[in-house]
Design a protein. Sequence first.
Length: 227
Amino acid sequence: MSKILIIEDEVDIADLVSLHLRREGFEAVQANDGISGLNLARTEAPDLILLDLMLPGMDGVRLFKELRRFPGTRKTPVIMLTARAQTEDRVAGLELGADDYITKPFSPKELILRIKVALKRTERTAEAVESLSAGSFRFDLPAFVCYMDNLPLELTLTEYKLLLHLCEKADTPCERTELLRAVWGYSDAAHSRTLDTHVKRLRAKLGEHANCIETVRNTGYLFRIPR
Ligand code: CA
């Protein structure tokens, strides 16, 4: 089941789109302003984002740039929703690399169709995705190798998985339980010390980049992309 995030301040439109998406078997998540939209994009890991351009808090174009800057959402397909008058914004959006746009008022049927097309296209390219980059770090995914400043790091598989997970969620705090589940498959926090031990070893191996992994008090850890 694909998850679609709708970032749209006009609640009537967002509700209508959600309804149609659910009817088609999609999972729908809604945000009614730019900031919460960006947060949900990072925490919910949607398969596709419907992004209204005129939003309170943070406008759609700025939000889109943020999405593209962040490794976890860099490749998430985005369909922009625009009013007919916003031609310039629409052009800006497409130039920035939005996958598609649809002009209001639109028919939900047409929108669903466009969503399906965009998802298909991503499925195809996802098969070809073989690397992920975050700042000085680059992951060769098929080879399970992480390069730091273009030199391969000597990591155990667990350290590699931990660093990859942190980098995928860069600039967002990862909770201890989330990391334990993602890296070790544990479902409780009883193994917290295992996590701390591995972070310590990982930091030692990152040398001058050790401070990329920040401790978030009472939460867990965060990978900070060096600016
Ligand atoms: Ca709007």
